[in-house]
Design a protein around this ligand. Structure first.
Ligand code: ZN
Length: 176
């Protein structure tokens, strides 16, 4: 296992549309080793999510890991044990939207407010190649959408409505 280098804004890979992973490929040794490295890199980063393009790998794979108490001021944040999503797609479950601050491991030192759908349903494959679906809301839904944006070459700053809010990170924002 090894820690992977995290791409920062300006790296071309962050602006590419990532490639689908063939389900029969998920079990291969090469893919499994990559998933181990992706998990390890996410844990080491202290972030809550990491997408494959953020480690210079243009594949539709994300890792999410939310530890309880990560946002002290928000008691509604539930913990999510480390999970892998391969070829994830989401649809919004309602028209409810919310604005919250986001940070990104690929834009270190900054944060900005982003409006996103509040409730989504996610579908994809896990690390065993099993298809699964989950309903997510609040913080979890936000992290999933931020990560899936990375698979489409989108950074959170692209979704900010007012760049005057783009700020130095005050260390209370989560990173993904
Ligand atoms: Zn990010």
């Amino acid at each position: 296992m090894s820690l992977l280098k995290i791409a920062t804004a300006g790296a071309g890979v962050l602006r590419e549309e990532a490639v689908q992973v063939a389900p029969e490929e998920i079990g291969s040794e090469k893919r499994q080793l990559f998933l181990e490295d992706l998990r390890e890199t996410l844990l080491d980063s202290g972030g809550v999510g990491l997408a494959a393009p953020q480690v210079f790998t243009s594949l539709r794979i994300i890792a999410v890991s939310i530890q309880e108490g990560i946002l002290d001021e928000d008691a509604s944040v539930r913990s999510v044990p480390m999970e892998i999503w391969i070829n994830p797609i989401f649809r919004k479950l309602s028209d409810r939207r919310a604005v919250n601050w986001e940070g990104c491991l690929s834009i270190p030192g900054y944060m900005g407010p982003v409006e996103r759908p509040l409730e989504v349903e996610l579908e994809g494959y896990n690390e065993k190649g099993e298809k699964r679906t989950v309903r997510a809301d609040g913080f979890y839904a936000r992290v999933l959408q931020h990560e899936i944006d990375h698979l489409d070459g989108i950074l959170y700053v692209d979704r900010m409505k007012d760049m005057r809010s783009f700020s130095r990170d005050n260390s209370t924002v989560f990173l993904c």
